[in-house]
Design a protein around this ligand. Structure first.
Ligand SMILES: C[S@@+](CC[C@H](N)C(=O)[O-])C[C@H]1O[C@@H](n2cnc3c(N)ncnc32)[C@H](O)[C@@H]1O
Length: 248
């Protein structure tokens, strides 16, 4: 089950991911880890969050899994494996905790991935997800150009099979998948400076416009708005992350 993965792997996307740490992104998970645990980080990207689990689980096992192995660090104490979240190369009921940060917003079939996470978790094992919800992102000022550019950004996310508002749906999906004791809260983080976000959105809209034969008018208009946003004054951006834990 392949999605397009809208952010891609250009320098701006990769440097955003590699700046992430377990302390900042997975504090709610670090509290649940114990020595000896077997942990999966699915959609681990460059693995900078994944690596932060190792000191806590000690002689346990941490495995990072991602469809795109080019991002994996060349040398690491963590094992990284190229695989799909829809078909994990892991035995049933063999994992104590499955973590995924910024994965579900890129999935076409979240229910199938949750079924796979349930398969690999042992009974009583923990699911821990952090999923963004662009519908609750805070942008100040939120000008007409910001709104129009983001509309184009969401269009690209959806065209790639994802859901920019996935954080809003995630509790429902986890309930439907049969997990128990679901706890969730919203955490707001300034993921990147306001005008860096404008440039990030603009770059993706420009690339899509070059490559795409459909939605051209909509993309061109959104790209013009993104350009105006990126050349405007400064502001604030905080992304809304839904952090969730549940029990298998
Ligand atoms: C936004 S990045 C997040 C990376 C990392 N978890 C972080 O937060 O820094 C999403 C990652 O999910 C991976 N991905 C997307 N769809 C996937 C799938 N079906 N199976 C495994 N990985 C997938 C992408 O390759 C990408 O590395």
């Amino acid at each position: 089950m392949l999605e397009g993965y809208a952010p891609g792997f250009s320098d701006d996307a990769l440097s955003m991911m590699t700046a992430r740490t377990a302390t900042d992104r997975a504090g709610f998970v670090l509290r649940l880890l114990e020595p000896g645990m077997r942990v999966l980080d699915v959609g681990c990207g460059p693995g900078t969050i994944t690596r932060g689990f190792v000191p806590v689980v000690g002689d346990g096992r941490v495995l990072g899994i991602d469809l795109c192995p080019d991002q994996f660090p060349k040398e690491s104490t963590v094992d990284f494996v190229a695989a799909s979240a829809y078909a994990l190369p892991v035995a049933s009921e063999s994992i104590d905790l499955v973590f995924a940060h910024a994965l579900f917003e890129h999935l076409r079939e979240p229910a199938l991935v949750l079924r796979e996470f349930r398969r690999v978790l042992r009974p009583g094992g923990t699911l821990a997800l952090s999923t963004s919800d662009w519908s609750r992102a805070v942008l100040r000022p939120k000008t007409v150009n910001v709104v129009a550019a983001l509309r184009g950004h969401y269009l690209l996310r959806r065209r790639a099979g994802g859901d920019p508002f996935a954080g809003k749906q995630i509790v429902g999906h986890v309930e439907q998948a049969g997990f128990a004791d679901i706890r969730s809260h919203a955490r707001f983080r300034p993921d990147m400076p306001y005008r860096d976000l404008a440039r990030y959105v603009e770059a993706r809209l420009d690339a899509a416009l070059t490559a795409s034969k459909v939605d051209r008018d909509q993309l061109a208009s959104a790209a013009r708005s993104a350009w105006a946003w990126s050349h405007s004054g400064d502001g604030d951006f905080s992304q809304c992350w839904i952090e969730l834990t549940a029990v298998r």
